[in-house]
Structure formats: C-alpha cells, structure tokens
Design a protein around this ligand. Structure first.
Ligand code: BGC
Ligand code: CA
Length: 177
C-alpha cells in the first residue's frame, strides 16, 4: 500500500501542478508475460500458479507445512477441468511417486474435504473404487498417476511428492492523463 502511494505521488510530481488529471485504474487476473516478472517457483498451468515438488518426498503434514512456508497451500481443485489439466501435466512428468493434495477426511471419517478451505472434494474427482480407506488407515488424498485417473486416499505418513497452489495473483495498473 505504501509503495502504491509513493508511485502515485511521483507521477503527480512530474506533471504540471495546475492541470487536472484523470486517473483510470485497471485490475486483471494473473501476471501478463510482457511484464517479465518471475512467478518462480510457481509455474502457470491454465490460469493457476502451482509449485510441483517431484524430488523431495514428504509425509502429508510436512508437505502441507512446506506449501504454507511458501505462502501457498496444498492444491485444492476447484473443477474437473482444473484437475484434468494438472493430471495431464503430472503424468507427462512420469513421477515415481504419487502427489499429495489438500484433500483429507480428518474432520469426519469418510467425508473428504480440502483441508485448506473446508470445501468438499467433488465426487467426480475420485478414481473408480476410491476413496476406499484401505487398511482402515487412509485419510489423505493423492494423485497416483500410475494407478489411473482420479484421486486416491492413502496413508498420511507415506512419503510422497506434492503440489502447492499459490493464491491467485492479480495485476493492478493505473493511467494518469
Ligand atoms: C493404495 C491404496 C489404493 C489401492 C488401490 C494401494 O496401493 O495404497 O490407497 O486404494 O492401491 O489402487
Ligand atoms: Ca485408497
């Protein structure tokens, strides 16, 4: 906020003090590529920004914390379209382990929700036969590309890769004239 005010007063300072100025503001979704601003370590897939950890496996809780340290969250899919896009991206990477998502049934056994936002995990995202709570000990949800399309509930202490999603960035600009 302070930075915005400084920029505004710098603009006004170079303009003639007697004139009246019209200021138009504009806010758009995402970061336009022409700005050359890095979004690393997040990469853009579709309209979202994601971090894919594919070398250091962690248990679900450690993966959750790792995302939070980046001011992001374990991925929570908002639509089947978003899930399809990430699924294709991950399977093209030929991962040797599954990826944790934000889905868990910690709050109520058998009721899977995104732990990051409390919304239900859409039933359309599950692999056939899942969630099966195999061995009565599966409470964290992953993307297991070698086992087929869809989410799978699994044992939270297993060391898997994970995907974080950054909060949606917006770009604000203003024109003074
Ligand atoms: C996984 C389970 C899964 C089962 C069926 C097992 O290897 O640990 O979570 O339900 O495979 O695909
Ligand atoms: Ca399972």
């Amino acid at each position: 906020m302070i930075l915005k005010l400084v920029v505004l007063s710098a603009f006004v300072g170079v303009l003639s003090p007697s004139a009246a100025y019209k200021i138009t503001t504009n806010v758009i979704d995402g970061v336009p590529s022409f700005l050359n601003i890095t979004t690393a370590p997040f990469i853009k897939i579709g309209t979202g920004y994601y971090f894919i950890q594919i070398s250091i496996p962690k248990n679900w809780h450690a993966a959750f914390e790792s995302c939070r340290r980046m001011e992001a969250d374990l991925v929570a899919f908002e639509s089947l379209e978003e899930f399809n896009m990430i699924w294709s991206h991950l399977s093209a990477m030929h991962p040797v382990r599954p990826f944790w998502t934000a889905g868990t049934d910690f709050a109520e056994q058998g009721k899977h929700e995104w732990f990051s936002n409390g919304q239900p995990v859409p039933s359309t995202l599950w692999r056939k036969g899942e969630p099966n709570n195999y061995g009565n000990n599966e409470h964290c949800d992953n993307i297991y590309v070698t086992h087929g399309f869809g989410l799978n509930d699994d044992v939270c202490s297993k060391l898997f890769f994970y995907v974080c999603k950054a909060p949606q960035p917006k770009t604000a600009s203003f024109i003074v004239w």
